[in-house]
Design a protein around this ligand. Structure first.
Ligand code: ZN
Length: 198
């Protein structure tokens, strides 16, 4: 017994989500079928709308314009401090802590040769350009602690060796393999306070 094609397609879409297997995907798809039609339309509209979202040319955050609100803020730029993160969710977590007033740079991941993520797949070239263009004095590497994260920090350190920028890594209170997005604002602000040069 196979599901009708429409349901099968929905199951396939759900299975693309990380951590969702075929069974969970099927359960969710069948759950949605019980929704009122208007909720289903709303859901599909939200999905459609994200395809129109733009990303900031500078930091990589989603934005309605070419340059996001944070990157275009004079106040934030004059800090001459840049916080480098892996993902948008990590940026949001740091913003929630209210402890950082400079600009950000989203790498889009960390180096991981095993799954084919080399420097060309991350936004490292733009990072270098921005450090020079904005005369960044301090760069805070808010990269999650992991073997790949460490390697990424070392790589960026090397890439910026010829620049006069002090590079610091956050760490305090961050468990190995932990992720910023799951930390509470207090732990994040502690991690931002206690950083060391790399
Ligand atoms: Zn931006």
């Amino acid at each position: 017994m196979k599901y009708p094609e429409a349901i099968e397609n929905l199951i396939q879409s759900f299975s693309r989500l990380p951590g969702v297997g075929e069974k969970t995907a099927a359960r969710q798809a069948l759950n949605i079928m019980k929704w009122d039609k208007e909720y289903i339309y709303e859901f599909s509209n939200s999905l459609k709308q994200i395809t129109d979202l733009k990303f900031c040319r500078e930091c990589g955050l989603f934005s309605d314009h070419d340059i996001c609100e944070i990157c275009s803020s004079e106040k934030r730029k004059t800090e001459k401090t840049m916080c480098v993160v892996e993902s948008i969710t990590d940026l949001m977590a740091i913003e929630r802590s209210n402890q950082f007033s400079g600009v950000y740079h989203i790498l889009g991941g960390v180096l991981n040769p095993l799954i084919g993520i080399g420097p060309d797949k991350l936004r490292i070239d733009i990072l270098k350009e921005r450090v020079i263009k904005n005369n960044v004095q301090t760069m805070i590497m808010a990269i999650n602690p992991s073997v790949e994260g460490d390697a990424t920090c070392s790589y960026i350190r090397q890439e910026l060796n010829d620049q006069e920028v002090s590079i610091e890594r956050i760490g305090f209170g961050m468990p190995m393999g932990g992720s910023l997005e799951y930390l509470d604002p207090l732990t994040i602000s502690k991690a931002l306070e206690n950083r060391k040069s790399i």
